[in-house]
Design a protein around this ligand. Sequence first.
Ligand code: GUN
Length: 284
Amino acid sequence: MTANIIDGNALAKKIRAEVADRAAALTARGHKPGLAVILVGEDPASQVYVKHKVADCEGCGMHSVLERHDASISEGELLARVAALNADPAIHGILVQMPLPKHIDPHKVIATISPLKDVDGFHIASAGALMVGQPGFKACTPYGCMKLIETTGIALKGKHAVVIGRSNTVGKPMALLLLQANCTVTICHSGTPDLGVHTRLADVVVAAVGRRNVLTADMVKPGAVVIDVGMNRNDEGKLCGDVDFAGVSQVAGWITPVPGGVGPMTRAMLLVNTIEAAERAAAN
Ligand code: GUN
């Protein structure tokens, strides 16, 4: 079997166009949607990510602010900046780029963001809402993965899904979203003795570990949907995921590439959350 490739770039483009229409409609009513991105320090990868996030907003006709702070900013000063953005009516979404310098507690920073502006979906209120099935912002990467899975047209009810990885930002919310879609969900992690025992039973596998070749062809059920969240470099320095794409694409029914799969969808879902936040604010 040769898997169908799920094109994250194409889906993200369609979603951005829908967001742009919603942004134009809100702007016409005098409520231009706005995202604030806070970057602390000089981490090169973070600089690239935030540049893209701000450009994406502008491409959709949304207002965006990029606040850069020196790595020496104190935790208190950063919390005060977040509080100021919470109170700013032109800002509907706030994202503090992670990782933060060691002297700043990321949990405190996330807890300070208003849940109404938590477009990353990282706040305990957002995570808790997902846990109990209440409305709230979904973390962008797992939200994007669900949209990618939807494009296959496969009904998730009753399917066996295996999530590899248990991070707060991807693995755990991913498992909850699949559970909400009535999958039977298994979460595997670094303490799982034999990963293949689980993945070979899975109709859907989401790999979110951050290590290449975590999932190889012998570990995949023929026809399965394979979503690759990983962003790694191979020996030649080329971007690759957690999945052995060449091998697994011979067995799976559907697979996301890296690059061009989950990455663009994470960015697109940030825009969706931001427009959602702005629409809710305008309705109040
Ligand atoms: N660092 C890497 N990815 C992300 C993300 O999605 N949100 C935030 N806030 N920081 C990140």
